[in-house]
Design a binder for this molecule. Structure first.
Ligand SMILES: *[C@@H]1O[C@H](CO)[C@@H](O)[C@H](O)[C@H]1NC(C)=O
Ligand SMILES: *[C@@H]1O[C@H](CO)[C@@H](O)[C@H](O)[C@H]1NC(C)=O
Ligand SMILES: *[C@@H]1O[C@H](CO)[C@@H](O)[C@H](O)[C@H]1NC(C)=O
Ligand SMILES: *[C@@H]1O[C@H](CO)[C@@H](O)[C@H](O)[C@H]1NC(C)=O
Length: 446
């Protein structure tokens, strides 16, 4: 990540963080930078599901040794493959596609499905601190992997979405004598990682096999390859079916598709088959037409797959088209020009963030979009981030709330910093594209 930027942020923010805190975290409003923490960390939680508890999660305590952990008291079975699912920014383990992935895996065969919930360290709108906190989430989750290995479980596959796809990098870096067999990055994040070195981002050195699905490259971050096998779905920039009047944020929709495709791939009878392309520039130049040499992406990928691949999908679920050579359209020329004409959402971005948020990532919610346009509040049954009871949507515009949350000046004094945030309203605002940018503004130093 950009150390220079973080250093600037620290310097600017440090003077307003005189609140008494037991650890060395830096806290500004709802955002906290985990600093000098150790693991286990109560903010990094683990939950396991198996065929014995498909619906009821078991909480796991993971400590520095097996004796200090209760992994073996759970339904965990070291004989079964383990999938570790990691959510991203402004999200948590209940992100719908991640939950459905569990059902798909358990329907497919016996698995240990373990969620790493680091939502407390990754709330919106705290993108920069969430990026910083991936390190802490990874350091702690590495203890989980160590305990799994000690219990005799080595078939470990980590699947991370968005910013969660950067956590395995820090897991890998903590593991001394064990190399992860597989990491899957689902549209890995994003700004701040573009300039990061290999120590600070997902790359092929992190596991024996790293496969990546790109659905919103450029916007969510990575046009560059970051795995042994990189799949650019429909060109990797925007996804079919994600544009149109019903989508207030087609970027978010495209980003989310990475999970939808992967989810479908787990038990897809057709499969997502891609053809190789030597690089993104040749692709943009139209030099990568579909070929007969096809390799499958997603859960059933062959671990010796190497290179960059392009895949077409349908625009609604089920997305998989199988091998394009089986399609009735065989011979029809595919229009493989990525749609680069998308309008960038209107936004007002802090100057400090402008260069990392050219696409309005921070101005909208990219990570918790429901899978289809909805009438109902998709968060009504969520339990996290809900210190106050959920209110009717009518109450959103009440004078009281407007007063409470309108922080129009950048003058964030202690009174404002200590004010409780109504996470329900905050998250709903993010979903609808309202973001209070003052959270990022530069505080006045007296
Ligand atoms: C493990 O320990 C945690 C914390 O003590 C507890 O909440 C959880 O229920 C335990 N899990 C199992 C499977 O015993
Ligand atoms: C794509 O989806 C549409 C609508 O579900 C369906 O009618 C069509 O057959 C699909 N195309 C292919 C090639 O599977
Ligand atoms: C929330 O739970 C209620 C009752 O179980 C259910 O009827 C409703 O559909 C749920 N809402 C969502 C968005 O899942
Ligand atoms: C939510 O959005 C409304 C309308 O844009 C705004 O007045 C309010 O301050 C926002 N609240 C929060 C917590 O962001």
């Amino acid at each position: 990540m950009s150390h220079r930027l973080l250093a600037v942020a620290y310097l600017l923010l440090a003077p307003v963080t005189s609140k008494p805190f037991s650890n060395r975290d830096i806290t500004v409003g709802p955002c906290k930078w985990a600093i000098g923490r150790s693991c286990p960390d109560p903010d990094v939680k683990y939950y396991i599901y198996t065929r014995y508890n498909v619906m009821d999660r078991q909480s796991l305590h993971i400590g520095e040794t097996s004796e200090q952990s209760n992994l073996t008291d759970s339904y965990f079975n070291p004989q079964h493959p383990t999938k570790i699912l990691i959510h991203g920014y402004n999200s948590d383990m209940f992100l719908n596609p991640l939950q459905e992935m569990r059902n798909e895996y358990l329907a497919k065969s016996e698995h240990n499905i373990i969620y790493v919930d680091w939502s407390v360290l990754a709330p919106g709108p705290c993108y920069i601190s969430a990026v910083h906190n991936t390190r802490q989430a990874g350091a702690c989750a590495a203890q989980l992997v160590e305990r799994l290995v000690e219990a005799g479980n080595t078939d470990i596959h980590i699947i991370g979405f968005s910013l969660g796809a950067q956590v395995p990098n820090y897991i890998a870096r903590q593991l001394k004598s064990f190399k992860l067999p597989r990491i899957t990055g689902l549209d890995p994040a994003m700004p701040l990682f573009i300039t990061a070195g290999p120590d600070d981002k997902l790359d092929p050195s992190d596991a024996d096999f790293v496969d990546v699905i790109h659905t919103n490259a450029l916007v969510q971050g990575k046009l560059e390859r970051c795995g042994h096998a990189d799949f650019y779905m429909n060109g990797g920039i925007s996804q079919p079916g994600c544009t149109g009047p019903q989508w207030t944020n087609s970027f978010a929709c495209s980003h989310q598709r990475a999970m939808a495709y992967y989810l479908e791939s787990i038990r897809s009878s057709k499969g997502f088959w891609g053809w190789a392309c030597s690089g993104y520039i040749p692709y943009l130049l139209g030099m990568c037409p579909p070929t007969n040499y096809l390799l499958e992406a997603g859960d059933n990928i062959r671990h010796n797959t190497r290179g960059m691949f392009l895949i077409d999908t349908n625009d609604t679920s089920p997305y998989a088209l199988g091998k394009w050579t089986d399609l009735p359209t065989l011979g029809v020329k595919h229009p493989h020009t990525p749609a680069l004409t998308l309008k960038i959402p209107a936004q007002s971005v802090d100057p400090l963030l402008q260069h990392i948020d050219q696409f309005g990532k921070l101005a909208t919610n990219f990570n918790n979009l429901p899978s289809a346009p909805y009438a109902q509040d998709p968060y009504e049954n969520w339990t996290s981030y809900s210190p106050t009871p959920h209110k009717d949507s009518e109450s959103d515009d009440s004078v009281e709330e407007q007063e409470q949350y309108s922080t129009e000046s950048a003058d964030m004094d202690d009174r404002q910093l200590n004010k409780p945030i109504d996470w329900w309203i905050y998250r709903r605002n993010l979903t609808y594209g309202h973001i209070d940018n003052t959270i990022f503004s530069i505080p006045k130093v007296h």
